[in-house]
Design a binder for this molecule. Structure first.
Ligand code: ADP
Ligand code: MG
Length: 687
């Protein structure tokens, strides 16, 4: 049996650098790699003869290298072109910034190429991916089939990763054991696990891909449903909550001294929450409100009431940056009432963490703001009474429960900007009340959304200068930290360099996930305090950040992002009275799907409408990709699209647990459950 726990370091071609890049994607073992699914696919089944190429398409061709152009003397970079021939037709292929090409290519070689066709005084392929063919081979990784596109960052390239996954599938794919009971699998005509995994990497056709994807989505939903049922079984008699009532501290800060008048929706939500918490039955409430609707205010009201009642609150944020922001704001607000607020994140130094943990254990820390680190076993509370989870869609469904295990039965408030239909809410969270912030605070000017082609740098820079001159601030989001092998700079590091030289008057900083926690903190604080004019960042700034003075959001290569992400990014501006502008840059390589998403963003401003639209656009699609899901940590399943599968999974989970409450007949399933959800289940006191 091949060993799936083998470290990828032992695979041929995976050196230190690539292993590190994989580690950043959460891939350490062969098994991780097998479950690292493509972000999307490109249909390259049809090979186009050179004579049939049309401008503004993406095409796959097989042709011979007729000649190489010399680069200008002394240049190692700059465009490099070759002439391709098939039969009598010739077409050019051009690459930018790829100094190694002349070492790789020779006249007479046969190449498989895929890329954008353009008309530039003649037809050409621009920056195509290519592969050198040996002999008559056309069975290659890159053309003649549906090709996976993985969510990668440098130094990992698509072509190389495709080959690696291909060889790993061949030698290790058979080692995947199918944990679904055979009878269940057959009853629904599902593919086996190894087949499904293989198909997701190398789809044969749409139908077969869909069956494979459904099998894997079912797995996730089924395991989650079993987990929820098991949890409910032991949770049923979990005990009483401490009733929470607002008192002196609440009155002091929620009264006339507020910096703004709460909206009607905010008042209602606060009243509903206070109503729930004033009881021995723990609150279990979801607060839904579009980006910018003012959820934090509602949370702080609940926290104040908890402090009045002498219990600790924990406020969970999905990212370190967001946790820091909440921490500073809450600390500033609560200090006047003598309430001690602490921050707990994974990036803290050990000594600092220990002292924070001590304060939490001892009870002197009344409000804890933190990231996933709060889930850790070493964190225990003196008297935890309220759990608030911000941007719930970023946390796993069951993870929240590991926190709840830290108190007998705390009140729970989860907050999200994702509009999830109520029926779905119930099936993933169990019994849950819902409050909705259906209006934005008054005085907001709608955000203007603009599309620009990447070539319009001058116009863009003028606009940036103008906003900065007026004392406003600008976000500039790039899809990558460092550039992939070739092409225009689209990455934080190169963009930062370029902007620093063309905007010498501006104070520019960059922010991305590879910086240390201290660095991130300083940069974010500088931006919040208005000491930085322009922040070049990756999507680390996607959720939650609140800097009302920022008025411009520029999203580079916007077609690469999903609708939910674009909506969150756009929500970083337009938070104050001044008008916000969101500029979506469209590159030459933007896919048709990406363009459609950009157009939707131009038309639609409400998160709810976008979610609906998202569903429609992803419905039929060409060959659908797999999205990192918004609401849960599923890799494949999509709660909205997979409603039917979800109810099937519920039925099957119930059926199985009714006949076999301890899963004795399905040891492999039990193992898998433990592997995927074990920690969360164990902490919740179930396993
Ligand atoms: P989100 O719901 O996206 O988490 P926030 O809580 O970050 O939104 O609030 C967005 C901005 O709106 C913040 O700057 C906050 O101070 C401000 N805000 C919240 N409520 C009101 C209100 N009632 N009137 C005016 N501004 C408000
Ligand atoms: Mg928020």
């Amino acid at each position: 049996m091949p060993d799936l726990t083998l470290s990828i370091r032992f695979l041929r071609g995976v050196g230190e650098k690539r292993a590190q890049a994989f580690a950043r994607l959460g891939i350490f073992t062969v098994e991780d790699l097998l479950f690292f699914f493509p972000r999307r696919y490109e249909d390259r089944r049809t090979l186009t003869p050179l004579g049939d190429l049309r401008p503004d398409t993406f095409s796959a061709v097989v042709a011979e290298v007729a000649s190489l152009s010399a680069r200008p003397a002394g240049y190692r970079s700059g465009p490099f072109s070759i002439s391709l021939i098939d039969g009598i037709q010739t077409v050019r292929a051009v690459w930018f910034n790829n100094p190694r090409l002349e070492l790789q290519l020779r006249p007479g070689m046969r190449l498989a190429l895929y890329g954008r066709v353009e008309y530039r005084g003649g037809l050409q392929l621009t920056n195509p991916e290519f592969e050198v063919l040996e002999g008559d081979e056309v069975e290659t990784a890159s053309v003649g089939r549906i090709v996976p596109v993985y969510p990668l960052a440098a130094p990992l390239s698509q072509r190389w990763t495709r080959r690696l996954v291909g060889t790993v599938l061949a030698s290790y794919g058979g080692g995947l054991t199918d944990f679904l009971p055979d009878s269940l699998r057959r009853r629904h005509g599902m593919k086996t696990l190894p087949d499904a995994v293989r198909e997701l990497h190398c789809p044969e056709d749409r139908n077969s891909w869909l069956r494979a994807r459904n099998r894997l989505a079912f797995d996730e939903l089924f395991l989650l449903q079993i987990g929820l049922l098991l949890r409910r079984r032991t949770y049923a008699a979990s005990g009483y909550a401490v009733p929470i009532r607002p008192g002196r501290k609440f009155q002091a800060l929620m009264g006339p001294g507020l910096p703004f008048v709460p909206t009607g929706a905010q008042r209602r939500a606060v009243a509903e929450i206070l109503g729930d918490m004033n009881s021995k039955t723990p609150m279990n409430r979801l607060l839904q409100g579009d980006v910018g609707s003012g959820k934090t205010f509602v949370a702080s009201a609940a926290i104040l009431a908890a402090a009045d009642s002498g219990v600790q609150s924990v406020f969970m944020a999905p990212t370190e940056i967001l946790a820091q922001q909440h921490y500073f704001n809450l600390k500033g607000m609560l200090r006047s009432q003598g309430i001690e607020t602490v921050l707990l994140t994974g990036g803290q130094r050990a000594a600092e963490r220990r002292s924070v943990e001590e304060a939490i254990r001892g009870g002197s820390a009344q409000v804890v703001v933190g990231t996933h680190a709060v889930f850790g076993d070493e964190v225990s509370f003196a008297r935890l009474g309220l759990v608030i989870v911000d941007e719930q869609h970023r946390f796993g469904v069951l993870q929240k429960n590991s926190l709840m295990a830290k108190a007998s039965a705390p009140h729970v408030l989860v907050m999200t900007a994702t509009p999830i239909p109520r029926t779905l809410v119930l099936s993933i969270y169990g019994d849950l009340e819902v409050s909705v912030l259906g209006e934005l605070p008054p005085g907001r000017t709608p955000i203007r959304t603009v599309r620009m082609s990447a070539g319009m740098e001058k116009t863009l820079l003028d606009l940036v200068r103008e906003h900065i001159r007026r004392g406003r601030q600008v976000y500039w989001v790039c899809p990558l930290i460092e550039d992939e092998e070739q092409g225009e700079p689209r990455a934080v590091v190169s963009r930062f360099g370029r902007l620093s030289s063309v905007l010498p008057e501006a104070r520019i900083a960059m922010l991305h996930g590879r910086l240390s926690m201290g660095e991130k903190e300083n940069i974010m604080r500088g931006f919040s305090e208005g000491k930085t004019d322009l922040l070049v960042a990756t999507v680390v700034i996607e959720v939650g950040l609140d800097v009302p003075n920022a008025t411009v959001m520029i999203v580079e290569d916007a077609g690469r992002f999903g609708l939910a992400q674009l909506h969150q990014l756009r929500g970083r501006v337009g938070r104050g009275r001044a008008e916000g502008v969101c500029i979506l840059l469209e590159g030459r390589e933007t896919s048709p799907d990406g363009r459609a998403r950009i157009e939707t963003m131009l038309r639609t401003s409400s998160g709810f409408d976008l979610a609906e639209e998202d569903l429609k656009q992803r419905g039929p699609g060409e060959v659908c990709g797999i999205r990192q899901h918004g609401v849960t940590d599923f890799r494949v399943a999509d709660l909205v699209r997979d409603r039917k599968l979800l109810s099937l999974a519920r039925d099957e989970a119930r059926r199985l647990l009714e006949t076999d409450p301890w899963l004795e007949s399905a040891p492999l399933l039990k193992e898998e459950l433990d592997k995927r959800l074990g920690r969360a289940l164990k902490l919740a006191g179930t396993a």
